[in-house]
Design a protein around this ligand. Structure first.
Ligand SMILES: [Zn+2]
Ligand SMILES: [Zn+2]
Length: 223
């Protein structure tokens, strides 16, 4: 659990320094950044290091594949792969408008602070990885701030994205059954009788099985 360290919508105290590093001002159009962070904090429920990191990651990831964060609504011409189900994922969702439900956000349970942004129109894709050193930077920059979260938030706010993330140009092959749009095939599991769509079934020696029947469930039936 982490604590909420600030509220962007109220209070007298500015939650982050408005006088930020000049490079940062030029790179990320600070007004746009603040608006996006504010929205993200509202959706996520609190200001945390993950919100700052996630918003910056999404803005830069989109810029690198030639897209701008939408004012509102969702992106239809991109897909983002997130590698961790933590705070930053909500920020990436709020900036890009990509979501699991629209099939424009894919979750890979790697436990890494990394995400890949794919432009569906030209195939351009980059994977951004949060640098481990930034945690150390927080201690160097704000040695007097006792609250580790507060120090991280301040650090991520002033550090330019080039220093926060490693950029890995990548190629992503997206199978048709993973694309947004109408569901593909729909079949019945031979064992449990439940229906499976989007080619998620498993063919085991001619027997059509759902993944749960083929490789075990995360749940146990409670009767
Ligand atoms: Zn959070
Ligand atoms: Zn089944």
């Amino acid at each position: 659990m982490h604590r909420g360290t600030g509220d962007l919508s109220g209070g007298g105290r500015a939650p982050f320094p408005l006088e930020t590093n000049e490079r940062f001002l030029i790179r990320e159009h600070v007004m746009n950044f603040e608006k996006l962070l504010e929205r993200s904090v509202k959706i996520h429920g609190h200001l945390c290091p993950g919100q700052v990191l996630g918003v910056k990651m999404a803005i830069w990831g989109m810029q690198l594949i030639g897209l701008d964060a939408p004012e509102a609504g969702r992106m239809k011409n991109m897909i983002v792969y997130v590698e961790m189900d933590r705070c930053a994922t909500d920020a990436i969702q709020s900036v890009t408008g990509c979501s699991l439900g629209h099939r424009t956000m894919k979750f890979l349970d790697y436990g890494k602070m990394a995400a890949t942004f794919v432009n569906l129109e030209n195939g351009k894709a980059v994977r951004l990885i949060a640098r481990e050193e930034t945690r150390e930077r927080a201690r160097e920059l704000f040695p007097d701030v006792e609250d580790r979260y507060e120090a991280q938030i301040q650090t991520y706010l002033i550090m330019p994205s080039e220093e926060l993330f490693d950029v890995m140009p990548v190629r992503v092959t997206i199978p048709p059954q993973d694309m947004p749009g109408r569901p593909m095939r729909r079949v019945q599991c031979n064992r449990c009788g439940e229906y499976v769509q989007d080619i998620r079934e498993v063919n085991r020696d001619g027997e059509i099985l759902c993944k749960a029947c083929a490789s075990g469930t995360y749940y146990e039936k409670n009767v």
